[in-house]
Design a protein around this ligand. Structure first.
Ligand code: ZN
Length: 304
């Protein structure tokens, strides 16, 4: 994963300057779009993110602020003459909504649109570099978060050392995999003398609308970047319980159990014009926290 770009960090009702949930994870030169609130395609344009590079879309649940931008985005992809396959993961009802929209607008989708229903916790995607799993959240309607886990990265070649040891070019891949090198004299040179440690592999958890249950942190073991909603301040706890949401303090309590390198708060209620008090509330318990905001870019290589 190279970076995370926040396109929207608001909640159900419109708030000045904030947009409903949507974000892009750049991975291996392609984009994973997670949630697609109203107006997401305009946000993609504003952030100069190409529609065509979006290969996978993950939708957490069917509250409008998490998916209403999807019919428009697909329609634009069609108008732009997309040919690349698009994979969408979401609740089964999402396919009913999209199919109805395509049928009544007489749209013939020109590219391959693969829909994958998410009804349980499972592995959704498994590639050479990453896995994506769904994790059940606790909300008013069925809702899933997503866990994106990078696989162990290859070791990095130490240019100086391989030159001195006379390692032939064809052997570099073996070194990246951790093998030792045997030179012409039959001497074995251990891998660690020829390579540097691989870059850190990150695990990113996207937890949208969620009333945190007691053992929820167990699902987030090993998470390095935790994105969690914090719709309210803790003085609105009763409202948070009623609406199946989380307070900033509770998000920080969760982070204390998970201990990620970074906690990102988001999904703020429209009642807060200034969201800094949410940050202050969380910071008391968990200092490694930032606020999601429109156009925020988080580079995974710069998080420690
Ligand atoms: Zn919701």
């Amino acid at each position: 994963m190279e970076k995370l770009v926040i396109l929207g960090c608001g909640s159900a009702l419109p708030a000045s300057g904030r947009h409903p949930t949507a974000q892009v994870i750049e991975h291996n030169g392609k984009y994973f779009l997670i949630d697609c609130g109203e107006g997401t395609q305009s946000r993609l344009r504003e952030n100069s993110l190409s529609f065509d590079k979006i290969t996978h879309i993950f939708i957490s649940h069917l509250h409008g602020d998490h998916y209403l931008g999807l019919p428009g985005l697909i329609s634009s992809m069609q108008l732009l003459g997309r040919t690349r396959e698009l994979n969408i993961y979401g609740p089964p009802g999402l396919w009913e909504i999209l199919s109805l929209q395509f049928r009544l607008s007489n749209s013939q989708i020109s590219f391959e649109l693969k829909f994958h229903a998410v009804e349980e916790e499972r592995c959704l995607l498994d590639t050479e570099r990453i896995t994506v799993r769904s994790i059940q959240l606790n909300h008013r309607i069925k809702c899933f978060g997503f866990l994106l886990q990078e696989k162990e990265k290859p070791r990095r070649i130490n240019g100086e050392a391989v030159k001195n040891a006379g390692v032939p070019h064809f052997f570099m891949e073996n070194l990246r995999r951790g093998e030792d090198f045997i030179n012409e004299k039959g001497e074995q040179i251990p891998n660690f003398q020829l390579t540097k440690n691989s870059k850190k592999s990150h695990t990113y958890a996207f937890c949208s609308d969620n009333r945190i249950k007691k053992d929820f942190h167990k699902k987030l073991e090993g998470v390095t970047v935790l994105y969690h909603e914090s719709t309210f301040l803790h003085n609105e706890l009763e409202r948070a319980k009623r609406t199946f949401h989380t307070t900033a303090q509770e998000a920080a309590e969760l982070a204390l159990e998970v201990n990620p390198d970074l906690l990102i708060l988001s999904h703020y209620s429209a009642r807060y014009h200034d969201v800094r008090p949410l940050l202050e509330e969380a910071k008391i318990l968990f200092p490694k926290v930032i606020l999601a905001e429109e156009k925020l870019v988080v580079n995974f290589s710069k998080i420690y």
